[in-house]
Structures are given as C-alpha cells and as structure tokens.
Ligand binder design. Structure first.
Ligand SMILES: Cc1cc2nc3c(=O)[nH]c(=O)nc-3n(C[C@H](O)[C@H](O)[C@H](O)COP(=O)(O)OP(=O)(O)OC[C@H]3O[C@@H](n4cnc5c(N)ncnc54)[C@H](O)[C@@H]3O)c2cc1C
Length: 380
C-alpha cells in the first residue's frame, strides 16, 4: 500500500499550491467583500488547465480523474473557497456527467470550450420546494416533437451568473412516480427564455455566484438530452457521488487553512507572559484539528480512488463529505476560539473561514442526508 501521491499528482498539487498562494490568497478577502471572483483568476485557472482537469484529452483537457481533482481542490480551497467551489462545480457537476453520459456530438460541441473555461458549467437540480427531496422537482419539459418546452424555476445555482452551459433536471413524465419521470438536459445560457435572476446574499463563499434561474417557454432540442429519457435522476445521483468528493476536498482545504492560521497565532500571541501555544488547552485543539484533518483527507482519497476505478462510491463519497465537512466546521470553530476577540473581527481571515466552512455541511446533500445515504447502504 502506497500513501504517497505519484509524480504527476505531486506536480499538479505543487502547481495548484503555487497558484493558490500567489494569486488566490491575496485576493480571497476581496472576493468575499466584493461578492465576485476577479476575472484574471478565471484566466489563470484556464492557463493552468484546471477548468479542463477532468475533460478527456481528445477534447483538449488533462484527462485526469477524481484523485487529481481532489488534490487540486484542496489547494484552491485552502486559499479561497469561493474559487474552489466554482472549479469544483464546473468539473464535477457538469464536465464529469458530460463525459460519462454524453453523446459524441454533445462532447464535441461542449468539451473544447469547457476545457479552457471559455464556457463555465452549472448544475440545476434544486428547486424552492425540492431540496433534500430532489426527486420531487416540478420544473417541466413538455414533449413538442423535435423539442422539449421547458418551464419552471431552479434555485441556488452555483456559477449561474457566469455559466455558458446549464445541466438542468426536468420532469418529462408527469405520470411516472417521482425519480422515474426525470430527465437531464444540456441548455446553453443564450437559449431564449432562460434568465439568470436573483443573486443570493450568502453567509459565506460570497465570491461565488449563486442565483435563481428561470425557464419560461424555453425550447430545447431533443438532442440536448443527457443520458436516457426519464433516466435523469440516475445522472444526478451519480454526478453527486463525484461532486461530494469535491466538497469534501473543499472542506479539507478550509480546515487546513484553519489549522495553519491557528498554529501561527498560537506562536505569536502572548498572554500570561508566554505564547498561548504553551498552554495545553491550545495544544489539544491543534492536535485534534490535525488528526481529524488527516482522517478526512484519507476518506477523500479513498472515495476518489474508488471512483477513478469505476467502482460504486456512493457510501465512500458520503462518508468523506460527512466527516470532512464536520471536521472543517470543528476546525473553523476552534480556530476562531484560538484567535479570541481578534478572530471575531474581519482584521483576520479567520471569520471568513468560519463562514465559508459552514456551507460544506449543506450543499450537495446536507449532513443528515449523508447519514441517511450511508445508513441505507449499511442496512441494504
Ligand atoms: C450556496 C449554495 C449553493 C448551492 N449550489 C447548488 C447548485 O449549484 N445546484 C443545485 O442544484 N443546488 C445547489 N444548492 C442547493 C443545495 O444542494 C441544497 O440547499 C441542499 O441540498 C439542501 O436543500 P434545502 O436547502 O432545500 O434544505 P432542506 O431539504 O429543506 O433541509 C432542511 C434541513 O432538514 C434536513 N432534512 C431534510 N430531509 C431530511 C431527512 N429525510 N432526514 C433528516 N433530515 C432531513 C436537512 O438535513 C436540513 O438540515 C446550493 C445551496 C447553497 C446554499
């Protein structure tokens, strides 16, 4: 058994780390305060090839898998979780299902621009009344011969403001029960009737774009169907198996930033005539943070490795997300506590880490939904 990253992965990790430290860390506070990501960051991610990390090589991508993506995402999220989730959604929630379920024509049409970042991808599953219970979605696609006529509203769509391509889950059979009547459609952003609306004002990851997306009489040709007609729920769930590894990697990145900030501050801050790191109460916090982070990374790597082998990874990815997201919040809480009053102000980036960590327990399946998935597997 080898716990080392191979040479290719070490190379890509080092590239991601250098980019994150030089380009993202100095911008992360600005991204948070301005509620957007600098356009130069999008360009530089394109130059490094991270938009196309998982795009097959024949379409201009790096053709790498889940392990590589998780390694890169940990580094990006350590610096800026807003940028991290943007890259995660693009690769894992749009690129991966296109590669797995797309026709050759769909791949030829979309992959080259997705690989460079000229087109950014978004994933529209959630609706106002269909969150954890995604199978109850109501956005409709009526059969109009050569096309579908799509009507409805999607909420919480990450990347919507800058997306060129949306993967949209719609109800194509009103008579089929719940998950059985759902299909997945690839819808370009310039399709008439598709509008990006309300931008959410969020607690954390404020630089990332999260919007409501409206579909009003949107005509979508039948060849936009991704996977089988009425087979969309399987596409959505398989995609989330991969997406959750991305969010678990995000959680490890945020947790690592918390640990690093805590170590630094513990050495610098003096009380009772000594660095607070001399106190055992602080040392135990650092030890627990580090141990939980290492365990989280192991779970993430195991889930990513399982997915790259083509084996089912639903339980592994749910376990990785459950544990890593709890760990990120544990680390963020301890980090803020170690910083005392200073951590509670925006003089330090610690309060941003605290806010950013929170989302990892909510999106791509809330914590209790991960528990439900794991328990269902155990009891099957
Ligand atoms: C910033 C952000 C970005 C997002 N990006 C996207 C995106 O790009 N695309 C997309 O499709 N969606 C996206 N989402 C939506 C996200 O996936 C949902 O918010 C999430 O699945 C939870 O749904 P909900 O918010 O409706 O909560 P609800 O489903 O209403 O859940 C509320 C609470 O009830 C609990 N709960 C619900 N059902 C059960 C149950 N059976 N057992 C135990 N507890 C339960 C939940 O765990 C949660 O704690 C995003 C959300 C946010 C906040």
């Amino acid at each position: 058994m080898d716990f080392e990253l191979n040479e290719d992965l070490r190379l890509i990790r080092d590239m991601a780390r250098e980019f994150a430290e030089k380009e993202l860390m100095p911008r992360a506070t600005g991204h948070d305060r301005n509620g957007t990501i600098d356009p130069e960051v999008f360009e530089k991610i394109g130059e490094l090839g991270f938009w196309g990390l998982t795009t097959p090589e024949e379409y201009g991508g790096a053709g790498m898998g889940s392990v590589a993506l998780s390694v890169v995402l940990e580094e990006l999220n350590r610096a800026c979780a807003s940028t991290g989730v943007t890259v995660s959604v693009h690769n894992s929630l749009l690129g991966t299902p296109l590669g797995k379920f797309g026709t050759d024509a769909q791949k030829e049409r979309y992959f080259p621009k997705l690989a460079t970042g000229e087109t950014i991808g978004a994933y529209c599953l959630t609706e106002a009344n269909a969150g954890s219970d995604a199978a109850s979605l109501r956005c409709r696609a009526e059969d109009k011969g050569d096309s579908f006529l799509v009507n409805g509203e999607k909420v919480w769509v990450t990347n919507a403001a800058w997306a060129g391509l949306f993967l949209v889950y719609v109800r194509t059979d009103e008579n089929a029960s719940r998950a059985k009547g759902i299909s997945a459609l690839l819808v370009p952003s310039d399709t008439p009737g598709l509008t990006v609306e309300k931008a959410e004002k969020k607690c954390g990851i404020r630089g990332s774009a999260t919007n409501v997306v409206q579909f009003s009489d949107v005509l979508v040709p039948k060849d936009a169907l991704l996977g089988e007609l009425n087979g969309g729920f399987q596409v959505a769930m398989d995609t989330l198996d991969g997406g959750r590894i991305g969010i678990a990697s995000q959680a490890v990145g945020i947790g690592r930033a918390c640990l690093e900030a805590s170590i630094k501050y513990s050495k610098e801050r003096e009380q009772f005539n000594q660095p607070i790191g001399n106190f055992q109460a602080i040392q135990w916090k650092l030890a627990d943070m580090s141990t939980r982070l290492e365990a989280s990374r192991m779970l993430v790597r195991q889930a990513a490795w399982t997915r790259d082998r083509g084996a089912p990874c639903t339980q592994e990815s749910a376990q990785a997300k459950l544990f890593a997201s709890r760990t990120a919040n544990f680390c963020a809480d301890e980090c803020l506590q170690i910083h005392g009053g200073a951590g509670y102000t925006d003089d330090f980036h610690v309060e941003r880490l605290f806010r950013d960590a929170r989302i990892t327990e909510i999106y791509e399946g809330a914590t209790d939904i991960q528990r439900l998935i794991i328990a269902r597997k155990l009891l099957a």
